[in-house]
Design a protein around this ligand. Structure first.
Ligand SMILES: Cc1cc2nc3c(=O)[nH]c(=O)nc-3n(C[C@H](O)[C@H](O)[C@H](O)COP(=O)(O)OP(=O)(O)OC[C@H]3O[C@@H](n4cnc5c(N)ncnc54)[C@H](O)[C@@H]3O)c2cc1C
Length: 510
């Protein structure tokens, strides 16, 4: 071990910051991760209320399939093989209030048959859609291997899929859905804010689900974050929670240290920001290293919306229902003064026994909004009004749930509501965004550069440099960044296989 290792300071202990810390430690750097919140995880989190655990993030983890290259990457930062993944046969059910429903199966033959049975009038666009899903289920992710032969092979395979990828990257999910006459099928492609995502993301999701490469890990986010944080500790990295970075200090256009809110200064050979992109660029660095490209990005790219989450502890076994239900509403629901929703989705975690006692079910409902100002103002200046609004939203969600599951209202024993103010407080993400930059026809799938023009020894990672966000964006951007660091420092990048590490709990309280 080098007695004078180079020092890396990483801002933020979300998935990106933690993965970067593990890689950097493995390559011999002295690592300190600074996290403003009291726990690691960032958006990848859940919290406990009574006997229930409410998950905020994970629907699925890309790389759950043992034979996928992404699985091997996860192994580099934690022992993914200790996770138990579930693969629901019925992935999503879309329901209307008149009792009509459409099942989105993970098996593509069964799915195609269901779509054709349900909407024979949409036969042509159904075939087109299924062709796209089948094709992309054979499409590799860009290779992260350092061997040029691997990169060439993957590049050639990718080339074959380019026309389809281009095509699907240039249309939003909402616009794609308009090809279908059937209202439930259109509903599956979404409406409003989240449906501004390029449809390629949805097609990939379904392709990965069908390949059994996007399973849900029992234990949710904590089952991933806990072991990575423990791995970091075992490798000798330092994770400091409750440590908020105010400024990145620069000398001679080189990042040399960070300053915390309380004035403490920590020097480093490299500063890596895995925190919110906007705050990093415009506050921590005072906007001095933006450059025209990033200025354009921050002016024109759209972040994912923020969200409220209504979480319900239900003293009832709901395992006869689909685990993910999208409900199309006859009467639109006014979430806040700028947000009207025409559909809402429920997650029934009956497939995760760690989230509720036997015979009971943790249920969550995520409600997207861009009106962060409204919720933050209420939370800060009108606590009574804030509580009243949370209650109103919870009541409305319970009423909708009770309509589809008669009598469930009486079985609800825990109600919890988090808002965009909670997301901002716990993650500091710009506009309370749930996943960084929305992957849109404008952004395309290419990541943004990890550097800022003119600034040396500084790197950015995570969802703000990889449109579309998600846990894999944290892993991939972290790996690339540390590889780059190693190259600059003449150090071998050795991301050897996993260390065995036990599970741990985390959380993001509402
Ligand atoms: C409802 C929902 C569903 C999702 N579903 C999935 C899914 O199924 N699969 C999937 O892969 N992904 C999913 N995601 C997305 C995923 O959670 C995020 O994209 C990912 O966790 C982002 O990781 P990150 O490390 O880039 O950023 P973050 O998680 O935002 O981490 C940034 C960290 O930096 C810290 N920080 C910020 N400012 C400072 C500062 N000044 N000083 C110190 N620390 C600071 C924050 O507190 C935070 O911990 C979902 C997200 C949501 C909200």
């Amino acid at each position: 071990m080098n007695p004078n290792p180079r020092k890396v300071v990483i801002i933020g202990a979300g998935i990106a910051g933690l993965c970067a810390a593990v890689y950097a430690r493995k390559c011999g750097y002295a690592v300190t991760v600074l996290e403003q919140h009291e726990r690691p995880g960032g958006l990848a989190t859940s919290w406990q209320r009574g006997a229930y655990t409410f998950e905020a993030c994970l629907h699925w983890l890309l790389g759950s399939n043992l034979h996928d290259p992404m699985h091997a990457l996860w192994r580099e930062v934690f022992d993914i093989d200790r996770l138990h993944f579930v693969y629901p046969e019925e992935w999503i059910r879309v329901e209307s209030e008149d009792g009509n429903s459409l099942s989105i199966y993970s098996n593509l033959e069964r799915l195609e048959a269901e779509l054709l049975r349900h909407a024979p009038q949409d036969e042509a666009p159904i075939h087109q859609f299924m062709h796209a899903v089948r094709s992309l289920s054979h499409c590799p992710l860009p290779s992260l291997s350092s061997a040029w032969q691997d990169r060439l092979t993957t590049g050639l395979q990718l080339l074959r899929h380019m026309p389809l990828l281009q095509n699907l990257s240039h249309i939003t999910a909402e616009d794609y859905g308009k090809r279908f006459n059937d209202s439930l099928l259109r509903g599956f492609f979404g409406e409003g804010e989240n449906a501004q995502l390029a449809v390629v993301a949805l097609v990939f999701a379904l392709a990965w689900v069908s390949n059994r490469n996007a399973g849900y890990p029992i234990g949710g986010s904590d089952a991933v974050i806990g072991p990575i944080a423990q791995n970091l500790q075992q490798l000798g990295g330092v994770l400091r929670t409750g440590s908020s970075v105010k400024q990145i200090l620069v000398e001679d256009d080189t990042a040399v240290s960070v300053q915390l809110d309380d004035g403490e200064r920590i020097d480093a050979d490299w500063v890596v920001s895995a925190a919110d992109g906007h705050t990093t660029v415009y506050n921590m660095l005072d906007g001095r290293y933006v450059g025209p490209r990033m200025a354009h990005v921050y002016r024109t790219y759209k972040p994912f919306p923020s969200f409220l989450q209504v979480s319900l502890g239900v003293a009832r076994d709901l395992s006869q229902q689909c685990g993910y239900v999208m409900r199309l509403l006859d009467t639109p629901f006014t979430l806040d003064p700028q947000t009207v929703l025409h559909q809402i989705a429920f997650r029934l975690f009956h497939y995760d026994p760690t989230f509720a006692p036997a015979g009971k079910t943790a249920v969550t409902c995520t409600l997207p909004t861009r009106n962060v100002g409204y919720w933050s103002r209420l939370s800060e200046h009108d606590p009574q009004g804030y509580e009243a609004e949370k209650q109103r939203v919870a009541n409305a969600v319970i009423a909708i749930f009770d309509k589809s599951t008669p009598g469930v209202r009486e079985a609800i024993e825990v109600v919890d509501v988090s808002t965009p103010a909670t997301v901002v407080r716990c993650t500091r993400n710009w506009q309370g965004s749930m996943e960084g930059w929305l992957l849109t026809p404008q952004t395309g799938v290419r990541p943004l550069p990890p550097t800022l023009p003119g600034l040396r020894r500084f790197l950015m990672i995570g969802q703000w440099v990889m449109p579309g966000g998600g846990l894999p964006s944290g892993l991939i951007t972290a790996r690339r960044a540390v590889r780059r660091m190693c190259r600059k420092d003449g150090i071998a990048f050795v991301p050897d296989e996993h260390e065995k590490s036990p599970n741990a709990a985390g959380g993001f309280p509402a």
